[in-house]
Structures are given as structure tokens and as C-alpha cells.
Design a protein around this ligand. Structure first.
Ligand code: WT7
Length: 615
């Protein structure tokens, strides 16, 4: 508690001291530069992310320490020490340099969960270039949007990945993209199926070691851009710094899971998400710990897969999502009991609220009632954990992410920004800057100000509901905006609606998130068809396929309703809360208080009409 108090009262000396968790080539001149709402950390300091993650260990006493164990569905394995990884990254950096990648360039990475994906990220960072990782489950259009917005000139990809025993081609997706601005596509050939030609070149194998001096970048140099969905149509490019980001992710991993020399850490997230960036790649490497990564589905070929890996690699700290846990809850616990999970010391959760029932199940069945559940609340934008149990704080409460981490000033406020009393639902806000915070939205300062800093003056608005319970513990209560969380993945309603509208028989579409037992939420869509188009059931499948094609398989539908018209307010706004209320089976009485912009009469009428048309 003293530590926390100090961090809040003296943020600059606190973070100035914490910043020594990583090595710097040159010390910063200023811990924090404020130009609200743009904050810059460790200004004037110089460092390189790949040096922080590799050289410091490979040149020191961790040379032979395992950095990653890797395994895939086929049972193929790879183990790399810090020195091995250092060699791979240097050699690949040299290769990238030779094809023209240089400081300030943007490199798009579309790779499966393999060690080479991490090599690609670090080699990019070594040259002072910026990476933009696109989740390998995203489809062509998602990649095109990102290339256009981020102005990427290079793509690093692989021939394929495996999922549930199926070969999934990645290269063919990249080949469908016609973009003359792309100069080179580097392809990791995993099965000899690739032939070079034009801008497509092969990732060199067994190259001799070649040292590349890490480029000294300034602390606020963008390490990466990662796109995330929000209330606006197109995903936003969240820009993260190098110095502040690395300091923050390293500190927060240490403070929560208390990982150490003897850890074998397993964060199950894909590198395509922020959790993968921060807690598969940058934090574990900066701290010099050993991680395990896996390329494949959790329950393939059967639900004991993950637990057999925990046993085999003697995993000490395990970090996953509530969606994954909920999926395992549906299976016979025998699948788990078969395996000795005695190596586990801490269990983590991220991505969505973990309800008390799921928390208890995780605690008992995976942790054998002896491992703390580290529920971590944060976002792509925050870089690292914000609200999470600090070093085994006692007691933990099921369903509560506990308290803000050191340096984080969080509160729950009402519509006007006043702090709310205990046990009252309101909006979560962060009242002071922190080093892991994004630097902004790529190419869009206005949107950055509007989305995160305009609801309340001087407070960061994450868009989540929360309440504070006993002893100030925070409970997270889901999104307060038009974001749907499917299996922990963020999709904006507008984004999904635009994809539905790509079907030329659709006139209008509105989507809402509906509760789903495993995935947390899925999509319910209300669609009006163009004149003359029959409400043919088969069109529903066409819509689903189109959305999958545009966004990717993360967009999962629970239902699609063809309606004659969408309920709208007089100003033409779709009454989404009414749609949601109908999906949740609420009575009309509950509904009329929900919509702010329509009269009770209008709502009544719309409610009846809609109920009738969806049957
Ligand atoms: C949103 C951010 C943070 C990495 C993965 C998702 C929700 C995240 C929790 C949690 C309740 C959570 C919030 C947040 N969320 N963690 N522990 N409890 N909700 O990152 O895609 O940027 O999504 O995920 O709604 O705003 P993201």
C-alpha cells in the first residue's frame, strides 16, 4: 500500500526509478512530457527493443537459458535459447536490411504462432522500423485496410498454419492483395510449397550469423501499430512507444504473476493481439524468462491437449481467457484430472469479465485451489495490465479484478464525472497518465482526442462499465459503447454492419451483442432487404460468409433476422438498445427507459412491430 501511495503521489520519481527495469543506451532527459492528451515518457532516452529483449541476455549470463519452447498440433517442436534467438534475429535483420527495410518503415506481419513470427517482430524493431502485426485469422480485406492506413511497404508472412488438423493457407490470402505500394513480401516456407518470383522472396534458412547493430531509437519512437475495433467504422491504428511501453509491460508482468528465473510462462494469446505483443513477446523477453508457445487449438484432438502441455512443460504461470475456460467447463473434468498440473503457481485471465462461477471453476479445477487467479483488466490502448492483483494481494474475490496497479489512478464515475459511492455501476476512468499508454491513433489525432478524452475532461475514458465493491475492489462489467466482444475479440457494430451491407441484396443492417455461454457474446443481426428481394433463408448463410470473408472467422453470428424496417428515432438513429432488449427478452416497460432519443409512443410502436416481424 505504501508503494502504491508513493507511486500516485510521486509519479515521476516512481516511474523514473522503475524505468531501470530495462537497459537504456542513453538516459532520458524528462520522465514525462505533458501536452494533454498527448503524453510522452522518458523523453530523450535511447534504447532498442531487440537489445532489451535479446542482447542484454545473450551477452550476459542468460545466453543458454531457454527463451521459448514451441510445439504445434503435429507434435513438432522447437526450443530456442536467448542466444539462438539473438542469432536468428540478427541474421533476419540483416536480410531485411538488404531488401531495403530501414528506420521509420512500416512492416506488416501476417504470421502464425511460430518462433519466427517473434523473430520477425524483433528484427523489425532492431532496424528501428515499426511493425504492424495482423492476426492470422483475419481475412484479405482486414489486411488491405491496414496496409492502406499504415502505409506498410513490406509484408512478412508464412505459407500456412494448422488449426484442428487442417492446413490453413496464409500466403494465398496475401497473394489476393493487389497493392503496388508493397515492395517485398518475405515468405516463411514451411513445407517447400513456395517458389520465389517478383516481389515474393523466401525467408532465408540456415543463414550464417551476421551481427546487425541495433538502431538507437528515441523512447517515443513507435515500436508498433496494432489495429483495434471501436465505435467507428474502420479499426483504429493504436500506436505504442518503445521506452514507456517496454518499461510498463516488464513491470506489470513482474508485479502480477511474479515470474522469475525458474518460471516457464505460458500466455496462450496469439501474437496478433495486444496480449501476444505484451505478454508473449516483449515483457517475458525483457525480463529474460522462459516461455512456452503453442500453435493450435486448445481442445484438439481432444480437450486434454492444453493440460497435457502444462504437465509436459511444467508450466508455472498460465494465462488465458475466460472464453477458453468456459469452453473447458463444458467438457468432462476427467480430461483435466488425467494430467498433473502441480507445477502451476498462478493462473491468469484476460479479455472479458470473468464471472464468479468461471473464476471458481478455474481456481478449483485447474489451480487445485492453491493458485491465485490473476484477473487482468486492460486494453490494446493501455499497453499493459491496469487493474490486476499486485503480488499476491490477499484476499482475492471471484469476479473482481481487484485494485489498480502501482502508478494507476482509476475510478468509477457517473455521467458527469463525479466519483460514485461503493457498489454503484458507472464508467471506469483513469485519472493519470502511465508509461504503457498509447501515443495516439495513427493518422488521426482528432479521433484520439474524441474517443478517449472528450467524455470527461482530463480523464482517460476506456469505454467500460465498472463498480467498486468492498475495499475498493474493481469489478468490470463489460463495454459501455458499441463494441461487441466475441471470445475476447473486439469488433465494432459499425464494422460488422458495413460488412453485411457489402451484400448487394441488403438495404440496412443493425447488429447487437447477445450473451453466449462460451464466447461471452455473439452477433445478432437485424437486416432489411432491398425491394423485391425475397426473405430467403439461404441469404442468411450468404451474409455470414460475406462477413467472414471481410472481417474473418472471429465474427460469429447467433442469429440473423430479416425485418421490414429497423426501429429508428426521429433523427434517424437506430434504436440499438431496443434491439438488444428484445434479444434479452426484456418487457416493453424495461425498454422505454432505455432509449434516450425517442418518445415512449415511438418505442412502443417499434417494439411491437419488431417483435412481430421476428416472430
Ligand atoms: C477490452 C479491451 C486487454 C487484452 C485483451 C483485450 C475487456 C479486457 C478484461 C478483464 C473485464 C476485460 C474490456 C476492455 N477486458 N480485460 N480482465 N475483465 N473486461 O484487449 O481487445 O483491446 O479489449 O476488453 O472491455 O475495454 P482489447
Amino acid at each position: 500500500m505504501e508503494f502504491y501511495k508513493f507511486s500516485i503521489e510521486n509519479p515521476e520519481s516512481f516511474w523514473g526509478f522503475q524505468a531501470n527495469i530495462i537497459p537504456w543506451f542513453k538516459t532520458w532527459e524528462k520522465v514525462l512530457e505533458k501536452n494533454h492528451p498527448f503524453y510522452r515518457w522518458f523523453v530523450g532516452g535511447q534504447l532498442n527493443a531487440s537489445y532489451v529483449c535479446l542482447d542484454q541476455h545473450a551477452e550476459g549470463n542468460k545466453k543458454d537459458k531457454v527463451a521459448y519452447y514451441w510445439e504445434n498440433e503435429l507434435g513438432e517442436k522447437e526450443v530456442v535459447s536467448y542466444y539462438d534467438l539473438y542469432c536468428k534475429v540478427n541474421s533476419f535483420s540483416k536480410f531485411l536490411m538488404d531488401i531495403g527495410v530501414k528506420e521509420g518503415d512500416m512492416v506488416l506481419i501476417y504470421m502464425p504462432m511460430v518462433i519466427d513470427a517473434i523473430v520477425a517482430m524483433l528484427a523489425t524493431a532492431r532496424l528501428g522500423a515499426t511493425h504492424n502485426v495482423v492476426f492470422s485469422g483475419f481475412s484479405k480485406n482486414a489486411i488491405i485496410d491496414r496496409i492502406e492506413d499504415s502505409k506498410a511497404k513490406y509484408i512478412i508472412t508464412a505459407t500456412h498454419t494448422y488449426r484442428r488438423g487442417k492446413r490453413i493457407d496464409l500466403l494465398s490470402t496475401i497473394r489476393e492483395i493487389e497493392n503496388e505500394k508493397i515492395e517485398k513480401v518475405v515468405v516463411l516456407d514451411r513445407d517447400g510449397s513456395f517458389t520465389e518470383g517478383g516481389k515474393y522472396i523466401k525467408w532465408p534458412q540456415n543463414k550464417n550469423f551476421e551481427y546487425v547493430a541495433p538502431v538507437h531509437v528515441e523512447s517515443t519512437h513507435p515500436l508498433f501499430v496494432l489495429y483495434t475495433s471501436g465505435t467507428t467504422g474502420k479499426p483504429k491504428g493504436i500506436v505504442h512507444s518503445t521506452g514507456g511501453y517496454l518499461v510498463y509491460v516488464a513491470c506489470t508482468l513482474k508485479w502480477t504473476f511474479n515470474v522469475g528465473e525458474d518460471s516457464t510462462w505460458w500466455c496462450t494469446a496469439d501474437i496478433g493481439w495486444i496480449t501476444g505483443h505484451s505478454y508473449v513477446v516483449y515483457a517475458p523477453l525483457a525480463l529474460g524468462i522462459t516461455s512456452f508457445i503453442y500453435e493450435g487449438a486448445p481442445d484438439y484432438p481432444d480437450p486434454s491437449k492444453w493440460w497435457s502441455l502444462v504437465e509436459k512443460y511444467r508450466i508455472t504461470e498460465f494465462f488465458t481467457s475466460p472464453t477458453a475456460i468456459r469452453m473447458f467447463m463444458k467438457y468432462d473434468p476427467e480430461y483435466i484430472k488425467k494430467h498433473d498440473l502441480g507445477s502451476l503457481r498462478a493462473l491468469g485471465s484476460v479479455g472479458e469479465p470473468i464471472n464468479p462461477e468461471v473464476w471458481e471453476w478455474y481456481y478449483k479445477n485447474i489451480g487445485n485451489s492453491r493458485c491465485p487467479i490473476i484477473d487482468t483488466w486492460w486494453q490494446t490502448e493501455t499497453g499493459g495490465f491496469m487493474i490486476a492483483p499486485f503480488m499476491g494481494i490477499i484476499p482475492l474475490r471471484p469476479g473482481f479484478a481487484s485494485l489498480p496497479l502501482p502508478g494507476i489512478l482509476a475510478d468509477v464515475v457517473d455521467e458527469q464525472g463525479n466519483s460514485l459511492p461503493p457498489n454503484t455501476k458507472g464508467y471506469l476512468v483513469i485519472k493519470a497518465p502511465w508509461p504503457g499508454m498509447m501515443m495516439g491513433i495513427l493518422n488521426d489525432d482528432e479521433k484520439y482526442k474524441q474517443v478517449y478524452w472528450s467524455k470527461y475532461e482530463g480523464m482517460y475514458y476506456p469505454g467500460d462499465y465498472a463498480l467498486r465493491g468492498e475495499e475498493g475492489y474493481f469489478q468490470l462489467l463489460g463495454r459501455a459503447d458499441e463494441v461487441i466482444k466475441i471470445a475476447g475479440h473486439r469488433l465494432g457494430t459499425t464494422e460488422i454492419e458495413s460488412a453485411i451491407l457489402e451484400n448487394d441484396f441488403v438495404a440496412e443492417a443493425a447488429v447487437v451483442g447477445v450473451p453466449d455461454e462460451v464466447r461471452g457474446e455473439t452477433i445478432a443481426a437485424f437486416v432489411t432487404l432491398k425491394q423485391g428481394v425475397n426473405k430467403d433463408e439461404s441469404l442468411k448463410q450468404t451474409i455470414i460468409s460475406k462477413v467472414r470473408e471481410i472481417i474473418g472467422p472471429v465474427a460469429v453470428f447467433s442469429s440473423i433476422f430479416f425485418v421490414d424496417k429497423l426501429p429508428k428515432t426521429r433523427s434517424g438513429k437506430i434504436m440499438r438498445r431496443l434491439l438488444k432488449a428484445i434479444m434479452l427478452g426484456k418487457e416493453l416497460g424495461d425498454v422505454t427507459t432505455l432509449e434516450e432519443e425517442a418518445s415512449v409512443e415511438e418505442i412502443k410502436k417499434a417494439y411491437e412491430e419488431l417483435k412481430q416481424s421476428i416472430g
